[in-house]
Design a protein around this ligand. Structure first.
Ligand code: FER
Length: 286
């Protein structure tokens, strides 16, 4: 687990230094935090709180044509007699289905939120967004960017049906959320915003250049009037800032209700752990 975390940090540094030149940006008056940062220790494993369960499961991907892995976190006291909302949580260009688990500290963050009654009990599904036969993060990870844009077929065609038939999951838009970091943030906006019938809660954290133009994703702003939450966030020292800032400005101009949260930080894990902490408290609630 420690070696996986170190590996992921190494990969994060590699990705950060390998980022191609990005457009310059200036912070405007809107570009500030929407919420205070998480309290110290929010992402530390605590032995005095109940822990959820983590499992790696395999499913047949119709679109990729292979057996693929995803990591599923169920909350403490998960009870098959109840039904739970589901958050689909997507990784970045250098990640796999294990990135949120280790570098993202999902179990600790969620366990700690539940211990303080700060989030609705939910299933967190961490699939692999690199929808190609070899989906390991190997070699020049930027070469696998096209596979990230094919992932919607796997998500809608195989992953959601698998989760909804193997877990005690609620199966309607109000009980499905889609969020991710960087490439996974772009995927969440690209696949979530055009599909309000599938997801009422959508979050893009530090979204990458795979993010499609806002006008293409939201040609008809009225269609998003029943969203539970659209979350757009980025660190104020992230070279990809302009992508999220442009998305926020478009949504604001079109009157689409959303949260624009500008964190203090770069393109890295402190920002995304904080985003997860803030986002998960605000989904699946009235
Ligand atoms: C790029 C810069 C960053 C890009 C992808 C990324 C596909 C993704 C970064 C990440 O996921 O952390 O030009 O092009």
């Amino acid at each position: 687990m420690i070696s996986a975390a170190l590996f992921s940090i190494g990969l994060g540094l590699y990705v950060a230094t390998a980022l191609p030149e990005q457009p310059q940006f200036e912070l405007g008056p809107d570009d500030k935090p929407a919420f205070p940062a998480a309290p110290r220790g929010f992402d530390a494993v605590r032995n005095d709180v109940p822990h959820g369960e983590v499992k790696t499961v395999e499913y047949q991907s119709k679109s990729v044509g292979t057996t693929r892995k995803m990591v599923v976190y169920t909350p403490p006291n998960y009870d098959v007699k109840k039904h739970y909302p589901v958050l689909y949580l997507l990784h970045g260009i250098g990640g796999t289905e294990e990135e949120w688990l280790y570098a993202g500290a999902v179990p600790a963050i969620m366990d700690n939120l539940y211990a303080e009654n700060k989030a609705e009990p939910m299933i967190v599904v961490m699939p692999n967004g690199r929808a190609q036969k070899n989906d390991r993060a190997e070699g020049d990870v930027f070469r696998s960017a096209p596979a990230f844009s094919e992932f919607d077929k796997d998500l809608f065609g195989s992953i959601i049906p698998f989760i909804e038939s193997h877990y005690s999951a609620k199966k309607d838009r109000q009980n499905r959320a889609l969020a991710g970091l960087s490439m996974g943030g772009g995927q969440s906006l690209n696949f979530g915003l055009p599909h309000p019938e599938a997801f009422a809660w959508v979050g893009g954290f530090s979204s990458a250049p795979n993010t499609l133009p806002a006008a293409k994703l939201v040609p008809d702003p009225k269609k998003l009037k029943n969203m539970g939450l659209i979350w757009v966030s980025c660190g104020d020292r992230d070279g990809l800032f302009k992508i999220s800032q442009t998305m926020h400005r478009y949504l604001k101009e079109k009157g689409v209700s959303h949260i624009w949260h500008v964190d203090s930080g770069e393109h890295n894990w402190p920002v995304w752990r904080n985003d997860l902490y803030l986002f998960t408290q605000r989904i699946f609630r009235k």
